[in-house]
Design a protein around this ligand. Structure first.
Ligand code: C2E
Ligand code: MG
Ligand code: MG
Ligand code: MG
Length: 292
């Protein structure tokens, strides 16, 4: 009826707004508690060197072990942590923990240790004046060499310029490498390369997905490896899921790749498995992620 029709949008709208604000506040509070209670843990996804599949680098990815909901992926809480500012403290913990783990692997594994370790940083962290100091402290406390650390940022995080760009210069001055994540999907991908200090281009999964199909699909992946080579940057292909994709990327000149085909994010990757002379990761199927 008419009364119901006129009422319904209003009744639906207001409670939802309330709920969303309430949910956001509750999630924010829960994240705070989770950090204090030690409910976050890190997993590491291999970035391998083609063709032999040796693990060259690992990307650090955060997980939330929620007491009731089980393992929660970062897509569900990193945006909220950015909005309420907790990402600054959570991100500092992630950096300290990742650097500590990297240093432990170097001490324990020697030449089998990954050459590098990569940590994601969000826009809010880069916009902080003290971020490079936080990174510097994590390196000093852990004993990890700055040359072993890569900080991975998205194009959108550096698009605004200002302090974010200044932070990247400070990180580079420490000896840390900068990677541009999801490269090619942002606002001004190629333009950014003229102004942003960067060492690694992570070519987005969307350019890898159909790379083995005839036609136009491989054109951008081909162009991006040429851009990277021409600028003296390292290209990493993301989201590689099949041996066919790996072979095609190698044919196009890619030296580094990451994706479920080579390994899921895990607490401890099998660093010895891809060493030259051992199993060939370009043809071996990837194991399932034991605990996402
Ligand atoms: P990202 O940095 O682009 O990370 C790659 C994401 O793609 C990861 O999801 C990874 O598990 C997934 N992935 C890797 N290989 C494949 C593949 O072959 N196929 C498919 N379908 N997916 C693949 P995850 O761990 O859920 O992370 C999602 C996003 O959350 C990350 O995207 C990153 O933006 C953010 N994130 C994760 N950890 C952190 C962190 O410690 N700090 C910050 N600031 N952000 C983080
Ligand atoms: Mg990343
Ligand atoms: Mg990525
Ligand atoms: Mg991504």
């Amino acid at each position: 009826d008419a009364a119901k029709e006129s009422r319904e949008p209003f009744r639906r709208y207001v409670p939802e707004l309330d709920d969303r604000a309430g949910e956001e506040a509750q999630l924010g509070a829960e994240l705070r508690t989770a950090l204090d209670a030690g409910q976050f843990r890190l997993v590491y996804q291999p970035i391998v060197e083609l063709p032999h599949g040796r693990i060259y680098d690992v990307e650090t990815l955060v997980r939330w072990e929620h007491p009731d909901r089980g393992t929660v992926g970062p897509a569900e809480f990193i945006p909220a942590a950015e909005r309420n500012g907790l990402i600054v403290e959570l991100g500092a913990w992630i950096l300290r923990e990742a650097c500590r783990q990297g240093a432990r692997w170097v001490a324990e594994l020697g030449r089998d240790a990954p050459e590098r370790i990569t940590v994601n940083a969000s826009a809010r962290q880069l916009a902080q004046r003290g971020f490079a100091a936080v990174v510097g402290a994590a390196l000093r406390e852990s004993g990890l060499s700055a040359t072993r650390l890569t900080v991975e940022v998205t194009e959108t995080a550096v698009f605004e310029g200002g302090q974010a760009i200044a932070t990247l210069h400070e990180l580079r001055a420490l000896g840390v490498r900068i990677a541009l994540d999801d490269f090619g999907t942002g606002h001004s991908s190629l333009g950014l390369l003229q102004t942003v200090p960067v060492d690694v281009l992570k070519v987005d999964k969307s350019f890898v997905d159909n790379i083995t199909m005839a036609g136009r699909h491989a054109v951008i992946a081909t162009a991006l490896i040429q851009v990277a080579d021409g600028l003296g940057l390292t290209a990493v292909a993301e989201g590689v899921e099949t041996s066919e994709q790996a072979a095609e990327l190698q044919r196009l000149g890619y030296r580094f790749a990451q994706g479920y085909h080579f390994g899921r994010p895990v607490a401890r990757p099998d660093f010895r498995a891809g060493a030259p002379g051992d199993r060939d990761r370009t043809v071996a199927p990837a194991g399932a992620e034991s605990r996402v």
